[in-house]
Design a protein around this ligand. Structure first.
Ligand SMILES: [Zn+2]
Length: 306
C-alpha cells in the first residue's frame, strides 16, 4: 500500500469523496485541502467540497453559505456530494437565500424602524422562496442537517416572522394595525399546522380596549398601552354600574391603568424609594463613623492603661 503522503491529488480527492459518503467530514476536508495543494484535476471541485463541509460543520453561519454560493458559481456541471446529486446553480440559489434568511434574523435593533425594516425584508425574502424554489424541497437543508422544507413552506415561516416583526414595530404607534398584521402571521402559522397561540394571544391583547381607572381615558393594547396594576376592588364597587368596572380583570385583584398613568406612578414611587434608600444609607454611614470614633477612643484609652 502506498503511504498517503505519496498519493496524487486525484487519489486524495477520490479518497475524500469516499470519506464524505461515510460522513467523515473533518478527515475528508484534509484530503480536499491536499488535493488543492497538489493541483489535482478536481481542485475546483475540492474547493467546493470544502465549502460544503464547512457549512455542514457549522450550519448556523450565513457567511459560510454566502461563500459556498460564490464557489458554486465556478462550475456548471452537476456533481455528487455523498449520496446527493447536486445542481450547482440551484444549490447556489438556496445558499444565497439561506444566508439572507440568517442575516435578516440577526439584524440588530428593537426600535420600530428597525423592526419594520426587518419585517419587510422577511416578506421580500418569502416572495423569493416562492418564486425561486416553489414546491421543490430545499436541498441545502438536507445536506447540512437543518429542518428540511419546500420553498413554499419555508416562505410561510418567513412570512410569519415578517408579519410578527412588522407588528412588533407597529404596536407602539398603532395597536390595531399590529393586531391586523399578527392576523396574517396567525394565518401562516395555521397553514404550517401550528396552533399559532402566541400570535392569537397578542391579537387578543392588542385589540383589547379599556378605560383607565385613574384618568378615565380609553386605551387599546393590553401590556403595551395599558397595564394591570395590583389593587383590591371591593364587592361594593363590583356591583356598581360604572362602565369603568368592565376595565378590570375578572379576578378583581387589579385595575387597568393607561401607560402614562402607570409610568408616572411607578417613576414617582421609584424616586420616593430612592430617597428613602439614600436617607437610610446616610444614617448608616453616620452611625458607622460614630462607632469607629468610639472604638478608637477605647483603643487609645486601653493603650494608656497598658
Ligand atoms: Zn390614565
Amino acid at each position: 500500500m502506498v503511504l498517503s503522503v505519496f498519493k496524487s491529488g486525484d487519489a486524495l480527492f477520490d479518497q475524500g469523496t469516499d470519506l464524505v459518503k461515510r460522513k467523515e467530514y473533518a478527515k475528508a476536508r484534509k484530503n480536499f485541502e491536499k488535493t488543492i495543494e497538489k493541483g489535482g484535476r478536481e481542485a475546483v471541485l475540492a474547493g467546493i467540497y470544502i465549502d460544503i463541509i464547512d457549512a455542514c460543520l457549522n450550519n448556523n453561519s450565513p457567511e459560510r453559505y454566502a461563500r459556498l454560493a460564490s464557489s458554486l458559481e465556478k462550475i456548471n456541471e452537476g456533481f455528487e456530494f455523498g449520496l446527493t446529486e447536486i445542481d450547482p446553480s440551484r444549490l447556489g440559489t438556496e445558499c444565497r437565500l439561506l444566508a439572507e434568511r440568517m442575516s435578516i434574523g440577526r439584524m440588530p435593533g428593537n426600535n420600530p424602524a428597525a423592526l419594520e425594516e426587518k419585517g419587510n425584508r422577511f416578506l421580500d425574502l418569502a416572495r423569493k422562496y416562492q418564486s425561486q424554489i416553489g414546491n421543490d424541497t430545499i436541498m441545502i437543508s438536507e445536506i447540512v442537517g437543518i429542518q428540511v422544507n419546500t420553498g413554499i413552506k419555508e416562505a410561510l415561516y418567513i412570512q410569519a416572522w415578517g408579519y410578527e416583526s412588522l407588528a412588533a414595530g407597529a404596536v407602539m404607534a398603532d395597536p390595531k394595525k399590529a393586531a391586523e398584521l399578527l392576523q396574517n402571521a396567525y394565518t401562516c402559522r395555521k397553514q404550517l399546522g401550528e396552533d399559532g397561540q402566541n400570535d392569537m394571544n397578542l391579537i387578543k391583547a392588542y385589540s383589547k380596549s379599556v378605560k383607565c381607572w385613574i384618568c378615565g381615558r380609553p386605551s387599546t393594547g393590553e401590556g403595551v398601552h395599558f397595564l394591570a396594576m395590583s389593587s383590591d376592588i371591593s364587592p361594593f364597587m363590583r356591583n356598581s354600574d360604572d362602565d369603568i368596572l368592565k376595565s378590570a380583570p375578572n379576578d378583581y385583584n387589579s385595575v387597568y391603568v393607561c401607560r402614562p398613568c402607570y409610568t408616572s406612578i411607578s417613576r414617582r414611587s421609584d424616586e420616593i424609594a430612592r430617597d428613602y434608600h439614600e436617607r437610610a444609607m446616610q444614617e448608616m454611614r453616620a452611625m458607622e463613623a460614630r462607632l469607629r470614633a468610639e472604638i478608637s477612643s477605647v483603643a487609645a484609652y486601653s493603650a494608656i492603661r497598658r
